[in-house]
Design a protein. Structure first.
Length: 165
């Protein structure tokens, strides 16, 4: 025989389950950003937010930086050795000192210094196969601050930012 207090307790404990609602679907407002908004090209390869809050976008026709209001475009200028090495950028990585490393397709690796607003190209020793830097596909920083990167050609390379040569 079931006692009335036991049934009452069971109903009291089960009552919240009857009041549960099905989880609501979360909907986000999406805005499409295009060349009309300032991107240099419509296909974005990578996105990074740096420690200063800027958003960086790699494209096949330049590197773009956004402050949330406007874009600044960085493109190769053959007359300026401090410009980015090429327009087709693929990958971004920010190091512990705020330097931005950019994989530039067919050119290798560049470092952007936000303090000087200049790009430095990583030079490889004579005899280095182009496959070692032609298409960089991963960039990471090691515990000593050296920058490690791999390329599609299955090469692993390391650069010490304190000695970019």
């Amino acid at each position: 025989m079931v006692h009335a207090p036991s049934i009452g307790l069971l109903l009291l404990l089960a009552a919240p389950a009857f009041g549960q609602t099905i989880e609501r679907e979360v909907r986000y407002d999406l805005a499409r950003i295009t060349i009309d908004d300032g991107l240099p090209q419509g296909m974005v390869q990578d996105i990074l937010q740096d420690r200063q809050g800027y958003l960086w976008f790699t494209t096949k026709d330049g590197l773009a930086r956004s402050d949330g209001y406007a874009f600044t475009i960085f493109q190769h200028d053959p007359e300026d050795p401090a410009s980015i090495a090429g327009n087709h950028s693929d990958l971004l990585y920010e190091d512990r000192n705020g330097g931005l490393w950019i994989a530039v397709f067919g050119e290798g690796l560049d470092r952007y210094d936000p303090r000087t607003r200049r790009f430095e190209h990583v030079h490889f020793p004579a005899g280095t196969p182009r496959e070692a830097y032609l298409d960089v596909d991963r960039i990471r920083e090691g515990p000593q601050g050296r920058i490690w990167f791999t390329s599609v050609g299955e090469y692993l390379s390391v650069v010490d930012p304190r000695d970019p040569e």
